[in-house]
Design a protein around this ligand. Structure first.
Ligand SMILES: Nc1ncnc2c1ncn2[C@@H]1O[C@H](COP(=O)(O)OP(=O)(O)O)[C@@H](O)[C@H]1O
Ligand SMILES: [Mg+2]
Length: 242
């Protein structure tokens, strides 16, 4: 279980999170919603260990205290953050980037040829043009292609827990559906705990949330079931949160 206890976070001396308690069990999908500026990305980055954030409270993964660990150590333990704004690296092809991750993360190694075959199948299942695997990382990729590459990376990385920060922003409905369905299937198969930050119920139609948590002013303002996300999409936050 990913367990967050009384998490307080400061950035540049400004208090942003004010005591958040949250749990994500293996195979569980927890959706985080909230107005712009409520602290959702701060939560995501603090969990991933971004050095900019000054953290108090406790973050545990499967019983281990990871609060003070570096981002790399957390990743090695199986925590994966899908970025809201993935970066481009021009000299590094997607193929070799993902092969490096695969080698690091998997004890039983298949040959590079078998890996490439598997990767192409995964890419096709996501409607991600396999030709893009030969290009530089995110080099000239569209918004949708970048988000799909985050999911491909996740499949190769094989995390225990993932944080998806607005993976649905800027996606057309086909890409959104593909990503959500892939994520739902993989989370179930591999029993991955998913923390998904979103503004919309749309993605949750295919990636069903077990729990919906609304954050307001750096605090948990409301917890509910999937119906809470539907209500928020229809009526906004004002009626629901207050
Ligand atoms: N580096 C920073 N310096 C100062 N304030 C920041 C910094 N990063 C985020 N904030 C502030 O923290 C609040 C929460 O931001 P964020 O976590 O990005 O919200 P959300 O993802 O919910 O839209 C905002 O008021 C934002 O301006
Ligand atoms: Mg954000």
């Amino acid at each position: 279980m990913l367990k967050i206890t009384n998490l307080e976070v400061k950035v540049e001396d400004k208090q942003i999170l004010n005591g958040i308690d949250l749990e994500v069990k293996p195979g569980e999908v927890v959706a985080i919603m909230g107005l712009n500026g409520s602290g959702k990305s701060t939560l995501a980055y603090s969990l991933a260990g971004h050095p900019k954030y000054e953290v108090m409270g406790k973050i545990e993964m499967d019983g281990e205290n990871i609060t003070e660990m570096s981002p790399n150590e957390r990743a090695e333990k199986g925590l994966f953050l899908a970025n809201q704004h993935p970066v481009a690296i021009y000299g590094l092809t997607v193929n070799s980037f993902l092969w490096q991750i695969y080698k690091k993360r998997n004890k039983e190694k298949s040959s590079i040829l078998d890996f490439r075959k598997w990767l192409e199948t995964q890419a096709q299942a996501l409607d991600f043009n396999p030709e893009l695997l030969k290009r530089g990382l995110n080099d000239g990729f569209s918004g949708g292609e970048k988000k799909k590459l985050e999911i491909l990376q996740l499949l190769v990385f094989n995390p225990k827990y993932v944080i998806l920060d607005e993976i649905d922003s800027g996606l057309d409905v086909d890409a959104l559906t593909k990503i959500a369905k892939t994520m739902a299937a993989v989370a179930k198969q591999r029993q991955i705990g998913v923390l998904i930050i979103t503004h919309y119920n749309r993605i949750l139609k295919f990636l069903k949330a077990d729990k919906v948590v609304v954050i307001e002013g750096g605090k948990v303002a409301k917890i509910g079931g999937p119906e809470l996300a539907v209500e928020i999409e229809n009526n906004g936050y004002k009626e629901e949160v207050k």
